[in-house]
Ligand binder design. Structure first.
Ligand code: COA
Length: 146
């Protein structure tokens, strides 16, 4: 398993995973714009030359907003998400990001448990944050990181 920075040539594979998983998927242009911004960090996980997972943060004033956490269905439950996010957090720390936040659907217990395992804590609810289907978001924070 190789965890490395996302490059523009990865985006068609990333986008096809994104379309399968999310009801409001990011477009290829969304990913291209995200990875071109120097204050953001995006990683992919590769197994046998295939991208099986990806994630990223947007860095704003020393804070990382995590988006687009996804592991291909057939590769879940193998600690890939855990290792990928551990690496993403280290990546951000090396660029001066000391705390992280994210939103997650209130019903998404797999993701919430993953984030809790990484040390994130529940910091409140954003009512009706999501559409398709409409649902509250749980806001989570990880801070401060040494
Ligand atoms: C959430 C997701 C990224 C987890 O990835 P994963 O590689 O399967 O997770 P891991 O194998 O690294 O699991 C790490 C921890 O997460 C939690 N977890 C993962 N899957 C779980 C599940 N189905 N049920 C409960 N807890 C789960 C557990 O705490 C697990 O630790 P453990 O194995 O010691 O119990 C993956 O299920 C996914 O891509 N889901 C669809 C997209 C999504 O919901 N993204 C998050 C948007 S905010």
């Amino acid at each position: 398993m190789l965890i490395r920075e996302m490059s523009e040539s990865d985006i068609s594979q990333v986008s096809s995973i994104e379309q399968k998983i999310f009801s409001e998927p990011w477009t290829k242009d969304d990913f291209t714009n995200a990875i071109r911004c120097k204050s953001n960090g995006y990683l992919v996980v590769e197994i046998n030359n295939e991208i099986v997972a990806y994630c990223g943060y947007w860095g704003i004033a020393g804070e990382g907003d995590i988006y687009n956490v996804a592991v291909k269905q057939e590769y879940r439950g193998q600690q890939i998400g855990y290792h990928m996010l551990t690496e993403l957090i280290q990546h951000g720390i090396s660029k001066g990001i000391a705390s992280y936040t994210l939103e997650v659907r209130a019903s998404n217990t797999a993701a919430i448990r993953l984030y809790e395992r990484l040390g994130f804590q529940n910091a409140g609810i954003r009512k009706d944050f999501y559409t398709k289907p409409r649902e509250d978001a749980v806001i989570m924070w990880l801070e401060p990181i040494q």
